[in-house]
Ligand binder design. Structure first.
Ligand code: CMP
Ligand code: CMP
Length: 314
């Protein structure tokens, strides 16, 4: 099966913008092309803004760089950047040592920084409606990002984030995030949030968790008749059908058909067993959203899936 490159439509537009060089700009501003001046001026504005961006570079030891590379490689938001972008992010991040009980983010504040966790445990809390108490809505650990919402949506901090033990984070400023990461991250969340909300299994999921799932998923395509999982093999992915259809065969007999929004591949992950059936794309190409085993166990309700499985498979 082939993995699709992530679509970043507006990014390719950006690349086109980037190829406006000085000579081209001069030409577009020449008297003969006055008619286009307002458009050109607009293009120049964008081009100029991009040219003007100089990412901060904070000096780091080899040890820091290695640790940071490992952390970013394990984070969905950063792991798929182009090498040059990845290096800009490495340069722009700053190490933050965190004492236990430190409040790093306060709900309602304006925020200009996001954090990626190297070590430690961080609780994100929001007030319970109509009550004095607060509840922890997410506990973040190594590889998790927090503080991205204020930067993605220009909104006040949506939760308070407190360290429950000593740890190390890496901080990134708003400007570098906006230039290098924001667009791709936003596109992916926007594109899949709506689809995932319509998947019956995920309908009751907390919307923030669903957005984390959107960050983590990969798009794979299977041609008509192509095998996606094989009975008896080890499994490390869970699948949701985004487009097309698939069938499951067990011991040579068809046992299940799947359409858009259906899922398969959960059993091997929740029971630590070999794949219980073979699943094949049928009736045309299929587009699948795959989620790795670790993310699957962290974000999905495994006991609910087990209960469903007991009722579903004879
Ligand atoms: P931000 O709003 O910038 O600052 C608080 C952070 O808490 C937020 O970004 C998210 O990274 C994180 N967070 C974790 N869980 C939630 C949640 N359920 N709702 C809002 N923010 C959350
Ligand atoms: P898994 O065992 O991980 O991989 C094969 C998948 O086929 C399995 O998870 C289920 O999602 C799906 N499946 C469909 N029908 C059956 C069935 N009758 N028994 C077991 N798995 C099934």
């Amino acid at each position: 099966m082939s993995e699709e490159p992530e679509k970043q439509d507006s990014e390719s537009e950006e690349e086109e913008d980037d190829v406006i060089d000085d000579a081209e700009f001069e030409r577009s501003m020449a008297p003969a092309s006055r008619g286009r001046q307002s458009v050109s001026a607009e293009a120049y504005g964008e081009w100029n803004k991009k040219k003007a961006f100089t990412p901060p570079v904070y000096e780091k030891s080899e040890d820091q760089k290695e640790r940071l590379k490992t952390v970013l490689s394990g984070s969905f938001m950063f792991s798929r950047l182009e090498p040059n972008e990845f290096n800009i992010i490495i340069g722009a991040m700053q190490e933050v040592a965190v004492e236990p009980s430190t409040r790093i983010i306060t709900r309602g504040d304006n925020g200009d920084t996001l954090y990626v966790i190297e070590t430690g445990v961080f609780d994100c809390s929001i007030p319970i409606e109509g009550q004095e108490e607060w509840k922890v809505v997410k506990t973040c650990r190594t590889g998790d990002v927090f503080g991205e919402l204020a930067l993605l949506y220009n909104a006040p901090r949506a939760a308070t984030v407190t360290a429950t033990e000593a740890g190390t984070c890496w901080s990134l400023d708003r400007e570098t995030f906006s230039h290098i990461v924001k667009e791709a991250a936003q596109n992916k969340r926007n594109r899949y949030d709506t689809f995932l909300a319509k998947v019956p299994l995920l309908a009751s999921m907390d919307p923030y968790e669903r957005s984390q799932l959107a960050d983590a998923l990969r798009v794979e395509t299977a041609t008509d008749g192509q095998t996606i999982v094989i009975q008896g093999e080890v499994g490390d992915k869970f699948y949701i059908v985004e487009e097309g259809a698939c069938v499951a065969n067990k011991d040579g007999a068809e046992v299940m058909q799947y359409g858009v929004g259906d899922y398969f591949g959960e059993l091997a992950l929740i029971r630590n067993t070999a794949r219980a059936a073979t699943v094949v794309a049928q009736g045309g190409p299929a587009k699948l959203l795959s989620i790795d085993g670790v993310t699957f166990k962290r974000l999905l309700d495994v006991s609910e899936l087990e209960k469903k499985a007991e009722g579903m498979y004879k």
